[in-house]
Design a protein around this ligand. Structure first.
Ligand code: LIP
Length: 277
């Protein structure tokens, strides 16, 4: 199959079993690189130089090394698949791997062990495979469409929380939108009675909704590499999510909503992000 025709191959013609198994091993091998980079950064101390791509947008040498590793291994094993990475860009055409080499870079840069590698595979407008690996805790969240979600191979489900007075949610922030917009949503969620956190890794925020440790995650604009794996995890774990890909999120990014069913409608009203049926 030539690369161009392979890029247009329907998902049914793709070997998703092979890609799913490869994705798990790839997340763990990339995690080794991230773990070594994190140890070096922690040893260098708080005054070590931190790269900046822009205001509040950090880049470390580990981001670059991890993305290079993932991109090279995918090119070797699935040369006809597309690639879209946070640091090197890529394509949104055909079936494509979407990768954030270090999500939570602001934490990683300051030696805070709350970061992860996020890898998703998208085909025919569907998120087919998602992996989020936190090497600091050796926690691998994994999902394949219509096959459920796991944490270190154990099945996971979203929480059964339905009362906002018992809910703990996360509201992601970036400087891509006005602070007033963020504060309005934060205020709405607080007024509903929720406890609201922000831990600076959107992918882990979504993974924790999938395994029930958090009741919801929202962010008014996320890039596709930050959220696609997590959105699949939450849906496969029985949660509600917003229509990210249907609103051209792969090309433009967009609002992200993921929640336990019992509080999903309130999160949608607070953020203005609709829920998938
Ligand atoms: C992060 C996102 C998070 C957002 C952070 C940051 P990065 O991605 O996962 O949702 O709130 O500001 O953008 O830059 O650490 O890969």
């Amino acid at each position: 199959m030539t690369p161009s025709s392979a890029l247009l191959a329907p998902a049914a013609a793709l070997d998703l079993d092979a890609r799913a198994a490869f994705c798990v091993a790839l997340a763990r091998s990339a995690g080794e690189i991230a773990r070594e980079g994190f140890a070096a950064r922690a040893a260098a101390g708080p005054d070590a130089g931190i790269g900046m791509k822009g205001p509040q947008d950090f880049l470390t040498e580990t981001d670059t090394a991890v993305e290079r590793h993932i991109k090279a291994r995918l090119a070797e094993s699935f040369p006809a698949d597309g690639f879209l990475g946070e640091e090197t860009g890529g394509t949104v055409e055909g079936h494509v791997w979407v990768v954030d080499p270090i999500d939570g870079t602001a934490n990683f840069a300051r030696a805070i062990p709350h970061f992860c590698i996020s890898i998703a595979f998208v085909a025919d407008g569907e998120i087919e495979i998602g992996a989020i690996y936190n090497p600091a805790l050796d926690e691998l969240h994994f999902a394949r469409r219509d096959h459920g979600a796991t944490l270190n191979d154990r099945p996971i489900r979203v929480s059964r929380t339905s009362a906002y007075t018992a809910a703990c949610v996360e509201l992601g922030w970036s400087n891509r939108l006005p602070n007033a917009t963020y504060l309005a949503v934060l205020s709405d969620l607080l007024e509903r009675g929720a406890n609201v956190r922000r831990a600076a890794s959107g992918a882990l925020g979504l993974a924790y909704v999938a395994d029930g440790r958090s009741d919801g995650y929202a962010e008014l604009h996320m890039n596709p590499w930050d959220c696609l794996a997590g959105l699949l995890l939450v849906r496969e774990a029985g949660g509600r999510v917003g229509p990210f890909l249907a609103l051209d999120g792969l090309a433009k990014g967009g609002g992200v909503l993921a929640a336990a069913p019992g509080i999903a409608s309130g999160m949608s009203a607070a953020t203005g992000i609709p829920l998938e049926p």
